[in-house]
Design a protein around this ligand. Structure first.
Ligand SMILES: Nc1ncnc2c1ncn2[C@@H]1O[C@H](COP(=O)(O)OP(=O)(O)OP(=O)(O)O)[C@@H](O)[C@H]1O
Ligand SMILES: [Mg+2]
Length: 231
């Protein structure tokens, strides 16, 4: 890959779900490029296709038509059997509900993401500790999710998303369940990560978040209604 090529290219992406016999056009011909290190938000009304878009980019589901390229590789074309590996290597997910494993500590929750990627044990522990320290959770590494606040759980989820050094971080309403102070902290954390070269796409309803991102794509009825870049 050369430096000029966008990290992410979305081309004429469409997704139609069937609800019984009724087609639901969740995405209609969406196209855009994202540069490395971009910090962008995707906003728009409920049902406008934001989560559908993220699940296509994140290889969680296949589009009806169109393509997604990550670092020039057409991920929408890969075999089903190759999808998990590609997802692990290229994508870090952060969800609204944190999705941590309740029986594991913070450290183990980050560690397990790397276990599937066959990173040696010592190396995993070192990376997990580094990541948790970076996000201010060094003194909570042995806590289980139930022993952590919502904001702390989300920070662990962000550390987990970073564990395999993904090309892109996809976050769907990452601050939907935390208070405003924690929200601001998480947004600052994501912004800092983008400044380090991570590419971050955040789906949000919260204008306090989108205002802090450099680029905002607004979705409406499955299409992009606007795409604005500031400073
Ligand atoms: N698995 C599915 N089967 C059928 N229809 C679906 C499915 N997933 C989403 N849809 C429909 O596709 C449209 C877009 O949904 P999507 O979840 O992408 O919206 P969203 O913008 O993320 O909304 P919200 O802000 O409420 O999360 C909606 O009309 C939704 O009902
Ligand atoms: Mg959604």
């Amino acid at each position: 890959m050369n430096d000029i090529e966008p990290v992410l290219q979305v081309r004429n992406l469409s997704k139609t779900y069937m609800q019984g016999k009724i087609p639901v056009h969740a995405l209609n011909d969406v196209s855009f490029d994202v540069e490395k290190g971009e910090f962008m938000s995707i906003i728009g009304p409920s049902g406008s296709g934001k989560s559908t878009l993220l699940s296509m980019i994140g290889l969680l589901d296949k589009p009806t038509s169109g393509s997604v390229f990550i670092e020039g590789v057409e991920i929408t074309k890969v075999k089903e059997s190759d999808a998990p590996r590609l997802r692990r290597e290229k994508i870090g997910f952060v969800f609204q509900h944190f999705n941590l494993i309740p029986t594991l500590t913070a450290l183990e929750n980050v560690d397990i993401a790397m276990r599937f990627a066959r990173v040696p044990k010592n190396e995993r522990k070192k990376i997990a500790l580094e990541l948790l320290t970076q996000i201010g959770m060094r003194d909570r590494v042995n806590h289980k999710p139930s022993e952590l606040s919502g904001g702390e759980q989300q920070r662990v989820a962000i550390a987990r998303a970073l564990a395999n050094r993904p090309v892109i971080i996809l976050a769907d309403e990452p601050t939907g369940e935390v208070d405003t102070k924690t929200r601001d902290m998480i947004v600052d954390l994501l912004k800092g990560l983008s400044e380090e070269g991570h590419t971050i796409l955040v789906v949000t309803h919260d204008t306090a978040i989108s205002q802090k991102t450099r680029r905002i794509i607004t979705m409406r009825d499955g299409g992009t209604a606007s795409d604005t870049i500031s400073h």
